[in-house]
Design a protein around this ligand. Structure first.
Ligand code: NI
Length: 233
């Protein structure tokens, strides 16, 4: 038999499931998310130079392009209020190949790894909702490491008399802008997707045995896509 008390209890349970306040963000909340993060360069390069002059093998020019990579991403968000938070983006190292564009189109020139830690201020528009949208702006530091010239580029450059290639890619500071969505599954768990643009401008330097130097500026300026699962503490 269904009593009034049971009805009240059932209503209270239903309300707690559907109530938006069951998943509202508050100051002091911490959200940890893990998932996939893809760095998709939207690069534009400047013409490579050899010893300060535009590198031109047959009257044309060469720029460097960078391919995309997907890694395990991790973000941690700390809420300062129900609307404002700070977020740190971390990931396992991304691996990219820098390839030639123009005269050296299709030649893989160098491989590099990079880490792009990014600290952002986040603003949630609707922290009470099951569907929480937010925007963020922050600062990125991208560190490039384990740079290596490819064997095919080494062979091609040696053929031009440029032996002993040693490549270095400069680290980059830049701004980051993002938009994201949390879909609350229950009080603790959520799905998240976000896209961010990061201003990553760098320079590749290739030094040779005879002191010659090739320099190529690259504005990598990637779109960074993240799909993840979040847990709120
Ligand atoms: Ni840029």
């Amino acid at each position: 038999m269904i009593s009034f008390k049971h009805l009240v209890m059932a209503t209270a349970v239903a309300a707690s499931i559907s109530s938006p306040s069951a998943s509202a963000l508050e100051a002091g909340d911490v959200i940890i998310r893990t998932g996939t993060t893809t760095v998709d360069p939207r690069e534009s390069g400047s013409s490579a130079t050899l010893n300060g002059s535009v590198l031109s093998l047959a009257g044309g020019t060469t720029e460097l392009g960078v391919n995309s990579d997907t890694q395990l991403g991790l973000t941690a968000t700390y809420m300062l209020s129900s609307h404002w938070g700070v977020e740190l983006l971390a990931a396992t190292p991304f691996e990219h190949v820098a390839s030639g564009l123009g005269e050296l189109e299709g030649l893989d020139i160098a491989e590099t790894k990079q880490l792009p830690p990014t600290l952002s201020a986040i603003y949630y528009f609707n922290p009470q909702s099951q569907f929480k949208t937010y925007v963020g702006a922050g600062l990125n530091y991208t560190v490039f490491f384990s740079e290596d010239i490819t064997s095919e580029a080494d062979a091609a450059l040696s053929g031009l008399g440029l032996t002993g290639a040693d490549v270095n890619i400069d680290d980059s500071w830049g701004v980051s802008f993002q938009a994201g969505l949390d879909v609350q599954i229950d009080k603790q768990w959520s799905f998240n997707t976000s896209v961010r643009w990061i201003d990553i401008d760098t320079e590749a330097n290739i030094k040779f045995d005879d002191g010659s130097r090739i320099v190529a500026g690259i504005d990598i300026d990637p779109l960074v896509y993240t799909v993840s699962v979040g847990y709120q503490f």
